[in-house]
Design a protein around this ligand. Structure first.
Ligand code: 4AD
Length: 464
């Protein structure tokens, strides 16, 4: 017999007195000789549903001894609940025990609050907790909202490759993909590994960004985006960095930096609205248990204009702030998170789109401004987390691109395909990258991106 999702039952999709079958796991059981009250959840929504069982059921004795995580199929009548905070419960007529917990004392996910560090050590069982369940549903809602935003606005979704030969960000933080013997690779005359004998006939890596590839499609289909996993071998053991993370990267042809910045603002507001509409149950949990004020923060962002600010003005503000920063501020430095937070949280109190960075701290593909010193780059800094988006208008002039490549030591021949986009009908274009885990962390108030991705990969940690 087919069964119903608890989310549908609690949302009132079934009439009172109708018969329903539910399948899920026990959260808690309270039992006396006459009645048992079981909280059953199936992950479809935040709340469990209460199942009332009376001792006329022939397996009542077994039911009354159930423990957390046992799996059940319950058939019964939907009735109004007299309990506080819930409208429906099920008066059970049949309870089939699908799977027992054989040794309840050793079950690592007892229904109490566990530290996030403890949960990370039990990556295979942590999806059963309120915290990870709610973060997973929010993540799902946000990813659908992102696809919907682009679909409704005429963007094509492009599957960019995970295996690539180009280092988009030029930071040398690439994981090598190789089938060569790691200990004794074939060697060239100069004693270095001979990658011409490798699987792809040359060095290959996991992508750090789909941008360069997606630009080729933007220069044909106008509005495109890629959304998938990206990999960075940066040894940053922080709460904002993962070795494997997901990135959303739109790319717009016939667009300048202002158009790219507007797209970033519109997309963020669209997805915040969607999550406020669809996942209030989970957001209420985060607001209550994880970070007070996350709902208000999202509501405010939907109604606030993001502030545009030039990098040069930001440096001025930081220098005049009178604050003692750990890292000193001078024109030309890359801002660190303490600076970003000061600007977004204390100085402006709203998201900032910081623009026109010094060219020497940014990537080769960003469009050089007329001052010859800065590039048309932007970062979106959100109060409470710092940078969640990085983007730019791309260099569309072949001669300028070539000299930038030379400056940073890239061989233009390796990028012949990227240069061709500038040789054959070049257009102003640009885009950005949104770190998806940073977005989920921001929406939920969860402090560490390791707790918003199902299986976090970080230095010294890739257990299974
Ligand atoms: O600023 P980034 O490096 O930009 C790019 O990769 C561009 N190619 C994007 C583009 O223009 N299409 O990274 C973009 C975003 C950052 O703002 C941050 O949110 C996230 O990716 N990010 C990370 N998230 C988690 N772990 C890491 N190690 C991250 N590195 C960057």
């Amino acid at each position: 017999m087919s069964h119903s999702a608890i989310s549908d039952v609690l949302a009132g999709k079934y009439q009172l007195d109708s018969k329903v079958t539910l399948k899920g796991w026990v959260r808690t059981v309270r039992a006396n000789p006459n009645f048992a009250f079981i909280n059953l959840h199936d992950g479809s929504c935040f709340d469990p549903i209460q199942i009332v069982v009376d001792n006329t059921l022939n397996n009542y004795n077994e039911i009354s001894k159930l423990t957390t995580a046992c799996s059940l199929s319950v058939t019964g009548t939907l009735v109004e609940s007299k309990g506080k905070g819930q409208s429906f419960e099920v008066q059970a007529e049949e309870v089939d025990i699908i799977g027992l917990v054989e040794d309840p004392d050793t079950y690592p996910m007892a229904p109490k609050r566990h530290s996030v560090e403890y949960l990370r050590e039990h990556a295979h069982l942590r999806p059963r907790t309120n915290l990870i369940g709610a973060a997973t549903r929010i993540r799902n809602c946000l990813s659908h909202a992102i696809h919907n935003y682009f679909y409704e606005n005429g963007f094509q979704w492009i599957a960019t490759p995970l295996i690539t030969a180009s280092d988009c960000e030029g930071a040398g933080e690439m994981f090598r993909v190789s089938t060569l013997d790691a200990v004794n690779p074939p060697l060239k005359d100069d004693g270095r590994a001979d990658f011409s004998q490798d699987f792809f006939g040359k060095e290959a890596f996991l992508t750090v960004s789909g941008q360069l590839n997606v630009e080729t499609y933007a220069c044909a289909l106008s509005k495109v985006y890629t959304f998938g996993p990206t990999f960075r071998a940066e040894n940053s053991n922080t709460s904002r960095h993962l070795a494997e993370f997901w990135m959303v990267e739109p790319e717009l042809a016939f667009a300048d930096l202002a158009a790219v910045a507007q797209c970033a603002e519109d997309m963020l507001k669209y997805v915040f609205k969607a999550v406020l509409k669809e996942r209030m149950d989970d957001l209420e949990f985060f607001d209550l248990r994880v970070q007070k004020g996350v709902i208000e923060r999202l509501q405010k962002l939907v109604d606030t204009d993001f502030v545009r600010m030039d990098y040069t003005d930001a440096i001025d503000i930081l220098q005049k702030s009178g604050k003692k920063f750990e890292f000193p501020v001078d024109w030309g430095v890359d801002l660190s998170s303490e600076h970003e937070r000061y600007l977004a949280e204390e100085h402006v109190g709203a998201p900032i789109i910081l623009q026109n960075y010094p060219k020497d701290i940014k990537s080769f593909y960003m469009r050089l401004n007329d001052d010859g010193k800065t590039v048309a780059a932007m970062d979106v800094l959100a109060p409470g987390i710092g940078e969640i988006i990085g983007g730019s208008q791309r260099e569309d002039r072949l001669d300028v691109l070539d000299s930038r490549m030379e400056e940073v030591g890239l061989n233009p021949q390796d990028y012949y395909w990227y240069r061709d986009l500038r040789r054959y009908g070049s257009v102003p274009h640009g885009g950005f990258g949104l770190g998806f885990e940073r977005l989920v962390a921001y929406v939920t108030g969860i402090q560490n991106v390791r707790d918003v991705i199902p299986f976090p990969r970080t230095p010294n940690s890739a257990p299974f």
